[in-house]
Design a protein around this ligand. Structure first.
Ligand code: NI
Ligand code: MN
Length: 225
């Protein structure tokens, strides 16, 4: 499979069979994304929560691609209220889709739609595809249960925020990697706006001192997993 990073918390997974899964696609309003929403396709859109920098361009992409939303119940109902298809899930629950398994985890954050509606709990997500487990933490502070998530899922790639202010900063993110023990840590949610400026190479250096590999993806870069 391939993993593409647009910047912020926005990723696209493309499976061997060519199924495309977007996570938190925030592109047109995102000053750091080199890719625009009109250039991106999605069979599925996974949303971790409802904040504008995560719902992003989901609806315009779904209009074009007839994408299925996968998110917690309240946010799924919000998507349905706007006329979109959604698969309702909730924290702690997993489901086997045609491309692999999706399981939602806790995240300590908020979740309100851009039009100020309650959208349930924010979440992280463990996506299991082609024998690999990818853990996208969503926006969150550090929490001890990351140890349990790592123990139960053997994480290959952990995508986690380092930008501070709204989420973990570098120090807490280094601890999060220690708790979760992924094979590779990939930083996200930094340098999009001045308030979340952070140096991903400082994070990489600190994570690698602790013995875990860290891949700093360029904005727009695609890698094979
Ligand atoms: Ni948020
Ligand atoms: Mn955010």
């Amino acid at each position: 499979m391939k993993l593409r990073y647009f910047s912020h918390s926005s990723f696209q997974i493309t499976t061997e069979k060519g199924i495309k899964i977007l996570i938190d696609p925030f592109l047109d309003g995102n000053p750091t994304s080199p890719v625009k929403a009109a250039e991106v396709d999605a069979d599925y859109i996974i949303l971790t929560h409802a904040h504008g920098d995560h719902i992003g361009d989901s609806f315009s992409i779904a209009d074009r691609c007839d994408s299925l939303f996968i998110c917690v119940n309240e946010l799924a109902e919000y998507c349905k209220s706007k006329g979109y298809k959604a698969h309702n899930m909730h924290i702690g629950g997993g489901y086997n889709f045609e491309f692999g398994r999706v399981k939602f985890t806790i995240a300590h954050h908020g979740s309100q739609t851009p039009d100020n509606l309650y959208a349930g709990e924010p979440a992280g997500v463990v996506i299991s595809i082609e024998g690999k487990n990818i853990y996208h933490t969503g926006d969150t502070g550090l929490f001890l249960d990351m140890k349990l998530i790592g123990e139960m899922n053997k994480i290959d790639y952990m995508l986690l925020p380092i930008g501070d202010n709204f989420t973990m900063g570098i120090t807490d993110a280094v601890k999060a990697v220690e708790f979760t023990s992924p094979k590779v840590a990939i930083p996200m949610h930094y340098n999009t706006f001045p308030v979340i400026e952070a140096d991903p190479n400082e994070f990489k250096q600190k994570v690698e001192v602790e013995g875990t590999d860290c891949k700093v993806m360029d904005f727009g870069q695609e890698i094979s997993l």
